[in-house]
Structures are given as C-alpha cells and as structure tokens.
Write a protein that binds this ligand. Structure first.
Ligand SMILES: [Zn+2]
Length: 283
C-alpha cells in the first residue's frame, strides 16, 4: 500500500516562502492499494495536484475509478472537490463515502459549494464523471475492493469528523484528521481503531500551548497524536493538518517534540514523521 500526501495543512491553504517544505495545501491523501485500486482521503486543495497526476493515466482517458472517503465537510476537506480534474472526464467513476447524517446531507453539502454564487459549474452533476454518494456506517467493517474499511466518529467542535482504518494486503493504515478529544484524552474506541497500524496519520494541528488557547476548534495537539500512537502501539506516526500559521520551522519543532514525547512514553520503537506534500510512505 502506497500512501502519498497531497495536502497536509489545516483550515485554509497557506502558500508562501515559510511553508515550502511541508506545503500549503489542505488535507488530501491518496492510498494506492496492492491491486492498484485507489482510495482518496479527504478532498482539500491538495486534490488539485493529485488530479493532475492522475490525468496522466487511465483517469485522463475516462477509464479511472476511485473511492473517496470524506472525514467531514469543513472547507479544508472539500475545497479541492470542484478542482479535481478527473471529475471532469466522462467515463471516470467515483464513490464518495461520508458520515451517516443521511445520504442527502452529504450530497447537499457538496452541491452547495458548487452553486452558481460560488462556482460556475453549478453542480457536480455537470462535471462529467459518474459520482455516487454513500453514507458510511460507523464502527463496522465495510469492504471496498480489496480493502476493509472501518470508520469511527471523533469529536471535532460542533460536528464530528470520521477517522478511518484501511486494511489491505496484510497492512493497515489509520487516518484521523480533525480530532478534538475531550479532557480525558483519546477515548478507547479511537485507540482501538488505530490499534497496531503500520501508519497512523493523525491531526497534530497545534502545540499543546496553542491548543489550550483554541479548544473550541476541536483539534489535536502533537501530544494527543503521540499519546494515541503510543497507546495504540502503531509502527509509524505521521503528524498532519498543521495550523495555517505554522512555518516549516514550527513544524520541524512539532516533529522534534513528538519524538521527545515518545521517549517519555518509552515508546521509542515508533517512528515519527512530519507529513509533507509529495511524500510517499510505502507500507
Ligand atoms: Zn480540518
């Protein structure tokens, strides 16, 4: 399973000289399964560059298909949707899974950002590809191609955000963006979802000090991410969804602090990396 980061930033794109190394695009990760099937995790602005790369292959000829898992519908997780090139090629097929607030709701939310006041195409039904929306049940296994997928809703301010576990070919990945755990830290159900994965991609928006000042945003600090990784016994942790105001230097500091905290946990067998645009992790 090859996991590639196309956008690693939270809340709003943040291009500029201070974010060149980790990148300024918002959340989007592609997962290439062993049988070549494609799963896309979230559709922030990083999806634009993913789309460009996919158009060089079958998606450019209308022969592509992929599954999109949406953690939730905040801007930084859906703004790449109207700019994802393969959606405009007739013949391509996509299944979009989101939370179970009702199938209509997911469709309505995505349609609303395509309305004429926001975007000239006016409807994703005008985009060309076949796009099917489905609700994903929580805490039960769903088979998607050769992958087994399980979703669990983490608290995220006023709305939940789905975290996903993907297993295929004897490897496991967990993706937990936008997780605002309560004062007791990550609940056991979340830790269970991440248990023993080869790679945990986890919300690490803030330093603990900055998180304490912004609790209402429902996001994690790097310590929340590290504590999850240690409790779940994962093999590798990728910090993800950095605050838009953090520079590359600030993210370097997050990664260094994450490594020190794992030493405090005596969990030094876990590798910590900072997710960066263009980085591929092979499991
Ligand atoms: Zn977000």
């Amino acid at each position: 399973m090859d996991v590639t980061f196309w956008g690693v930033r939270g809340s709003i794109p943040s291009p500029g000289p201070g974010t060149v190394r980790y990148g300024g695009n918002t959340a989007c990760v592609s997962v290439r399964l062993p049988n070549d099937e494609l799963i896309i995790l979230d559709c922030g602005t990083g999806a634009r560059n993913l789309g460009i790369s996919l158009l060089a292959g079958p998606f450019g000829k209308g022969k592509g298909s992929a599954t999109l898992l949406l953690s939730h519908a905040h801007w930084d997780h859906i703004q790449g949707f109207p700019f994802f090139g393969p959606f405009y090629v007739p013949g391509n097929r996509f299944t979009v899974y989101g939370g179970r607030s009702g199938e209509r709701l997911l469709e309505d939310v995505l349609e609303r950002q395509m309305a004429a006041q926001f975007f000239p195409v006016q409807s994703f039904r005008n985009m060309g590809a076949r796009i099917e929306m489905r609700a994903l049940g929580e805490d039960k296994d769903v088979q998607v191609g050769c992958a087994t997928i399980r979703a669990h809703a983490n608290p995220h301010g006023a709305t939940p955000a789905l975290a996903f576990r993907i297993e295929a070919g004897g490897k496991a990945l967990a993706f937990a963006s936008d997780a605002g755990y309560g004062s007791g830290g990550p609940p056991q159900a979340a830790v269970d979802l991440y248990h023993g994965v080869d790679l945990l991609i986890h919300d690490s928006t803030f330093t603990p000090e900055d998180r304490a000042l912004r609790l209402e945003r429902g996001l994690s600090s790097l310590e929340d991410a590290v504590d999850c990784a240690a409790r779940a016994g994962v093999k590798r942790l990728a910090l993800f969804h950095y605050d838009q105001d953090y520079t590359d230097h600030d993210v370097d500091e997050l990664v260094a602090r994450g490594r020190r905290r794992l030493e405090e946990h005596a969990a030094t067998g876990i590798e910590v990396i900072g997710a960066a645009e263009g980085l591929t992790v092979s499991l």
